[in-house]
Design a protein around this ligand. Sequence first.
Ligand code: GLN
Length: 386
Amino acid sequence: MRTDLPEITSKLPGVETTIFTVMSELAQEHGALNLSQGFPDFDGPPQLLERVQHYLTHGFNQYAPMMGVPALREAVAAKVSALYGLTADPDAEVTITSGATEALFCAIAAVVSPGDEVIVFDPAYDSYEPVVTLQGGITRHVPLHPPDYRVDWDQVADLLSERTRLIITNTPHNPTGTVWQAGDVDALAQVVADRRMFVLADEVYEHIIFDGQEHQSLCRYPELYARAFVVSSFGKTYHTTGWKIGYCVAPPALTAEFRRIHQFVTFTSNTPVQLGLADFLSAHPEHHLTLGNFYQPKRDLFCQLLEGSGFRAVPSAGTYFQLLDYSAFSDENDMDLAMRLTRESRIASIPVSVFYAQPPDHRMLRFCFAKDDATLRRGAEILCSL
Ligand code: GLN
């Protein structure tokens, strides 16, 4: 170790390696069935793979425009218009990013300054708070509780202060699999009305929603959209999480500041995948509408197979995650149990308490059901044998 280097004063001293990496590595180390990190064990649509391959092998391998290829921005604008009735200008309101993760980073960095407060709902996706902290912001947590994980809007109102700058929403919600109802959006609208606040809507699971429910995109609500960054991910929608392409739709003034940051985070995202996605979105606008019907039987299969086991499930209303309450089975804390099950029983899951600022008093593990039916059967078999 050299002694002439300055010490690094971490800007994220309490932050450890993300749980998704920890659990996937542990699963690999122990040869465990990996139902932890959220990714499908099947491929994206063949026509999409073909289009990307086409662009890869036909010379489309140089920088894309900073805000994303025009055809893909136009396809996103067409989608939000068709689904949510929002007329978004692809040149001024749509930016393609390197995954939703980058979009979340740029949106938070665009509006949060030192001392600003940001409201999140726990269990909260783990990338939000570190980015707030990096901007010098302070994260305020509103805990959600099982079985329904509904927002207590009075509690949100109590947390508001002169310094509240941003509220981060996520529906369908990772990790609980709950979805917002229209009443939640009305309550959000009341909370932000007449306040100098922005909203960051993490809608990466917008198309994975079950039982005939409608996704409450903030794109549907002009009053809220006027102050919102709406973020989504092609990785979830097209079973291609490794491609890391997402987007942000936001009004022109917000997008301008967003791009000011985006251009120096990644500048732009990879060209052949953007072009392939643009072709596929235009040719198969029906694909994303089929995702609910595609994933719902997987949710049902997984829950059904677990009936009679030591795990209790309230069927997920959206996302490809299922929470299992294991309180009847064990009183270990969820981190210890998730680790032990990976090592000893060869099945990996995600402990939910890591997404809470204050440890919750319930016991839940999250399992990803974006898997072939054979994989789900194998997983359920292990869980039923415990
Ligand atoms: N969003 C995915 C999940 O919840 C993981 C993403 C990641 O690994 N960073 O499992």
